[in-house]
Design a protein around this ligand. Structure first.
Ligand code: PAF
Length: 289
């Protein structure tokens, strides 16, 4: 496995592969890698001749007071995991490489609508920060396919919309959430949990599953299911931001006749903001929202 730190070195490797006619699969990350990331790389290897992973903690997708400064940086351990998983090229730029003019006046890419709901309501700059850095990465990595984890379900839809709207020749693939044995979705932010919080954290997935069962049965209104999910988490000491049932395809409010729904949650537990979601295939089309 080769590691490059500059855009110039990245471009040189990519240009060589392109000359040889190789296809490229790309997994953008912020490092502190876990099995969820490795599952993306495994699928990336299946889909293209060459694989690229980036590790970059992107300041502009963090709000003021969020965890940018303390986001875990574990480059050596990450390199070992990626090398063992068969990666071809790691791109690990510093801030100047991706934001040569600084971050304040930098060009921004914004996906309207989708970026302002759910997580976007609580993190107003977040998705614009993600869309901007992913654009920079796509332009320089030139992937045929890029893979993202569906724990960040809304992020996957934002990036798909961006790629569609900006006519980027990249296939964006979302892959299923990888979970710990007790159901907690794998996330670098799980490391912020104390031992006691970690024991409570799987409740977030349990509450989603309970909500999914109720949704499939269609015996309670969507509002009642959402309110019960919020209350269950709050009663267990979480600080939920939202517990929301949406259309899976576009995260709009559900309508009668819908068959593919997504239940999404964001909740704080101690110093960790946890997000999770489940897809629900309705046995019968939704009757009334
Ligand atoms: O999902 C992440 O780790 C980040 O949002 C991403 C896509 C690497 C952009 O910084």
């Amino acid at each position: 496995m080769n590691t490059v730190f500059s855009v110039e070195d990245l471009r040189a490797v990519i240009a060589g592969w392109r000359r040889e006619g190789r296809t490229i699969a790309f997994v953008p990350t912020m490092g502190n890698l876990h099995d969820g990331h490795i599952s993306l790389l495994t699928e990336a290897r299946r889909r293209a001749d060459r694989t690229v992973v980036s590790i970059f903690v992107n300041p502009i997708q963090f709000g003021r007071g969020e965890d940018y400064a303390r986001y875990p940086s574990t480059l050596e351990a990450d390199q070992q995991k990626l090398s063992a998983a068969g990666l071809d090229l790691l791109f690990a730029p510093n801030l100047d490489q991706l934001y040569p003019g600084g971050i304040e006046e930098d060009t921004r890419v914004t996906v309207p609508g989708l970026s302002t709901i759910l997580c976007g309501q609580y993190r107003p700059e977040h998705f614009s920060g993600v869309a901007t850095v992913v654009t920079k990465l796509f332009i320089n990595v030139q992937p045929d396919v890029a893979l993202f984890g569906e724990k960040d379900y809304q992020q996957v839809l934002v990036i798909k919309r961006m790629v569609h709207d900006l006519l980027m020749p990249v296939e964006v693939v979302g892959l299923p959430i990888v979970r710990e044995a007790d159901g907690l979705a794998m996330s670098s932010r799980n490391g912020y949990l104390s031992a006691e919080e970690r024991r409570r954290a799987p409740l977030i997935y349990e509450s989603l599953q309970r909500a999914a069962d109720k949704l499939r049965a269609q015996l309670a209104s969507l509002i009642a299911i959402e309110t019960a999910g919020m209350a269950e988490l709050a009663a267990a000491g979480f600080r939920p931001e939202y517990f929301s049932i949406r259309r899976a395809a576009d995260l709009d409010a559900p309508r009668a006749g819908d068959t593919r729904l997504q239940i999404l949650v964001a909740a704080w537990l101690g110093a960790a903001r946890l997000i999770d979601n489940v897809g629900v295939e309705m046995p019968e089309p939704l009757r009334v929202p």
